[in-house]
Design a binder for this molecule. Structure first.
Ligand code: 3PG
Length: 401
């Protein structure tokens, strides 16, 4: 971005890919972290006089315009946070997008409608994606010098999609400050982490994290597992997990992880107690039960008090910590204790601490923890996991090209 700014951008049209994929309750944004994270790049370009055209996605509308996936509420929030009007285009590259971009003054900002309303965005066909990328590039061709592309949506750089990947091949392309900062932090974790290096993983499904667990078992000193995925680990150890979330089809893989951890001397830490309920509800009555003896009619919705202490102690002496995924159903206050305890342990410790996006970043804010208590809160959920898995991220590779 600094390179682009030093070239001079006054009057130039600059396409910015941001990740504005925020959780919504109707039209209300329940966590605007990603919108706030997009501000520095947009602001820097606008202040330098560029005509800033932001493209982004919301959810997975499957290639069709659907009102519940409109970015209109996000345009309003972006405008409030920028303290300036954000012109909203009601389509992606159609007449509204063209006239909105044409109407931008120097320093003006526009947001295009959800780019995934156009089926070409996520197409597996290079030519289809390329056609949309051509149209996006054409939007920023024009007066004031050649158009430019700034990739700043870190949360989506693991997707080979038209607005992330193909458009970078068609325009002078630059990494935004957010993408640069995120990649720097994640490289620090993968290349030379200060040890002990501890990773805490949670979330519902172990199947979402297979690749990252396999890779982390070659890198970390300690792997702490909570959340819904812990029950598949407990079952693989031969314990009964009652009606807790269980992925039977992953049991063999998880047994393999348990063996690998043993062979490599990686300490694998699982819950020792859980809050077990008979129903999945915010006000469900719960019992604290040992993690190796969950009654048949009960499901674990959070780690228990002993596990909270255990997990906190496993983070306390770390010099590097990466945490991704809640420890329980933190959306229900009664089952937020485990997630809060892990987050607090990161805040209290002296480690270089990184929160891996998505639900964990939302949990930090929802639970009222100080954001500056962490070294870095990533805006990327899947993207940060794929980075730690050692995969090449297409949206980063295309910038390095
Ligand atoms: C995310 O929420 O992780 C990013 O915005 C990417 O969204 P996607 O998983 O739908 O591609």
């Amino acid at each position: 971005l600094d390179d682009l700014l030093s070239e001079g951008v006054r009057g130039r049209r600059v396409l910015v890919r941001a990740d504005l994929n925020v959780p919504l309750d109707g039209e209300r944004i329940t966590d605007d972290g990603r919108v706030r994270a997009s501000l520095p790049t947009i602001r820097a370009l606008a202040e330098a006089g560029a005509r800033v055209v932001v493209t982004a996605h919301l959810g997975r509308p499957k290639g069709e315009p659907k009102p519940e996936f409109s970015l209109a509420p996000v345009a309003r929030r972006l405008g409030e946070l920028l303290g300036a009007e954000v012109a909203f285009a009601a389509d992606v590259v159609g007449p509204s997008a063209k006239s909105t971009v044409d109407g931008l003054a120097d320093g003006g900002v526009a947001l295009l409608e959800n780019v995934r309303f156009d089926a070409r965005e996520t197409s597996k066909d290079d030519a289809e994606r390329g056609a949309l990328a051509d149209e996006l590039a054409a939007l920023v061709a024009g007066d004031g010098g050649p158009g430019a592309f700034v990739s700043d949506g870190f949360g989506v750089v693991h997707r080979k999609q038209a607005s992330v990947y193909d458009v970078a091949q068609r325009l002078p392309h630059y990494a935004g400050g957010l993408v640069l900062a995120e990649v720097d932090v994640l490289r620090r974790l993968t290349e030379d982490p200060a040890r002990p290096y501890v990773v805490v993983l949670g979330g519902a499904k172990v199947s979402d994290k297979l690749g990252v667990i396999a890779n982390l078992l070659t890198k970390v000193d300690r792997l702490v597992i909570g959340g819904g995925m812990a029950y598949t680990f407990l079952k693989a150890q031969g314990h009964e997990v009652g009606s807790s979330l269980l992925q039977e089809d992953q049991l063999d893989t998880v047994r393999g992880f348990l063996n690998t951890a043993k062979e490599r001397g990686v300490e694998l830490v699982l819950p020792v107690d859980v809050l077990a309920t008979t129903t999945f509800a915010a006000d469900a009555e719960y019992q604290v039960v040992p993690a190796d003896a969950i009654p048949a009619d009960r499901m674990g919705l959070d780690i228990g008090p002993e596990s909270q202490k255990l997990f906190a102690s496993k983070v306390a002496d770390a010099r590097t910590v990466f945490w991704n995924g809640p420890m329980g159903v933190f959306e229900f206050e009664a089952f937020a204790g485990g997630t809060r305890a892990v987050a607090q342990a990161l805040v209290d410790g002296d480690a270089f601490s990184v929160v891996g996006g998505g639900d964990s970043a939302a949990a930090v804010r929802q639970l009222g923890l100080p954001e500056d208590g962490f070294s870095h809160i990533s805006t990327g959920g899947g993207a940060s996991l794929e980075f730690l898995e050692g995969k090449e991220l297409p949206g980063v590779a295309v910038l390095e090209d």
